[in-house]
Structures are given as C-alpha cells and as structure tokens.
Design a protein around this ligand. Structure first.
Ligand SMILES: C[S@@+](CC[C@H](N)C(=O)[O-])C[C@H]1O[C@@H](n2cnc3c(N)ncnc32)[C@H](O)[C@@H]1O
Length: 205
C-alpha cells in the first residue's frame, strides 16, 4: 500500500522532477554520483533509477539495468539514456519484489531510494537486492540522513516537511539498522556531503 502511494506520488511529480531537483543536482549530486560507480563493472542494477540522473555516470563498459516503480519516471530515464547515447535496460518493477533471477548482477546501486522507501518496506527491498547480486558483489546506497549537529539538525527539521511533501522522503529511515539486522556486511559508511548524505557500501556474501 505504501508503495502504491509512492508510485502515484512519482507519477505526479515526474514532469517536474528534474526542475525541482535542479539546484541539488547541480550543486551537490553530480559531484557525488560518480562515487556510486567507482571501481564497479560487469552487470549493474540501478534500483529506483528515477529520471536517470545516474545514467551519465554509468561505467562505460558496464551492462546496465534500471528499475523503477513509476512509468512516468522511467519514460524520463529513457529520454535521458537516448540523449546521452547509452543503452540501459529500463524496467517497471518494485524493488521489494524484483522480477529478476538470483545472482544476476555484479553490483547494485540505489541513490535516494532508501530515504524514500518506508522503513517497513526496507527489509524486503534489501533481501531482494541481496538475492539478485552475486556472492562477492557490491551494494552501494547514497542516502540522506538527519544530521546530528545541532544547527544542521535544526535546518534539516525545517526542510523535512518539504522533502516529505514533494518526494515522500525522510531523513529518519533506519537503513543501517535494517542492514545490520539482516546480517549484511557493511564495508564502508561515510558522509559524502557534510553530515547529511551518506554512502553505504555492502559486500554480498
Ligand atoms: C528520490 S527519487 C531518486 C531517483 C534517482 N535514483 C536519483 O538519484 O535521482 C526515488 C525514486 O525511487 C522510485 N521508487 C520509490 N519506491 C520504489 C520501489 N518500491 N521500487 C522501485 N522504485 C521505487 C521512485 O519512483 C523514484 O523514481
């Protein structure tokens, strides 16, 4: 049910998504997106591909699949793939129920998906990602979290109602706790923008 709400939300905002995100994309995200793909190769899944903002940063020789819950966001991703001349297998799919074979990918990435996914959906999403990544493969997440510092924490709290309203996103998701509860091996967890955006790397066993 929660995911149905997200689909409708992203169907509505797809035409404006890139415009809404423009200041963040140009000020912040385009500098950190390459980190998601550093050192990755082979077959890679981009979960919650959205309008395809990661596409220009895909490794040149990787075989890319992108999935998303919203057909309208995927349509934008298709346009972007075409515009940058990149072949991407883009499919309509829910990350909590992937219609993909076991061990299909060498790696999977998700940028700003887990700060949108409700906590109750996160264990299913993580189990599915683990299922489709080969043993020894990599999962990388780029996510907002609530800053711990007093000033930034205060600013984030002012900003959170807008994030929830516009994107269905929150800074309060317990993604690392879900990873630990499910027994994932967190190889690295580091801030890539202040103490606000974190990159988490997990090794699949
Ligand atoms: C904040 S956007 C991020 C898009 C893109 N990854 C980026 O970095 O710009 C979140 C995306 O996740 C998608 N999404 C939300 N819930 C999903 C689910 N259960 N399965 C797949 N995609 C989902 C939304 O449709 C939306 O395109």
């Amino acid at each position: 049910m929660a995911n149905l709400g997200l689909r409708e939300r992203y169907q509505r905002i797809a035409p404006f998504y890139d415009l809404l995100d423009f200041p963040f994309e140009h000020g912040r995200y385009r500098h950190i997106r390459p980190l998601l793909f550093a050192g990755l190769s082979g077959r890679i899944l981009d979960a919650g591909v959205g309008t395809g903002c990661n596409i220009p940063f895909y490794p040149a020789d990787a075989c890319m699949t992108g999935i998303d819950l919203s057909p309208a966001m995927l349509a934008r991703a298709r346009q972007r793939a075409k515009a940058v001349g990149r072949t991407v297998d883009l499919q309509l799919m829910d990350v909590t129920r992937l219609d993909l074979p076991d061990d299909m990918f060498d790696a999977a990435v998700a940028s700003f998906l887990f700060c949108v996914l409700p906590d109750e959906s996160q264990p299913d999403a993580l189990r599915e990602l683990r299922r489709v990544i080969k043993p020894g493969g990599t999962l990388r997440l780029l996510e907002y979290i609530r800053p711990t510092g007093a000033l930034r924490g205060f600013i984030a709290r002012l900003w959170e109602p807008w994030m929830a309203f516009a994107y269905g996103a929150g800074f309060d998701r317990r993604t690392q706790a879900h990873l630990r509860n499910l027994g994932f091996e967190i190889v690295e967890s580091r801030f890539v923008v202040d103490d606000l955006i974190q990159m988490i790397e997990v090794r699949i066993d």
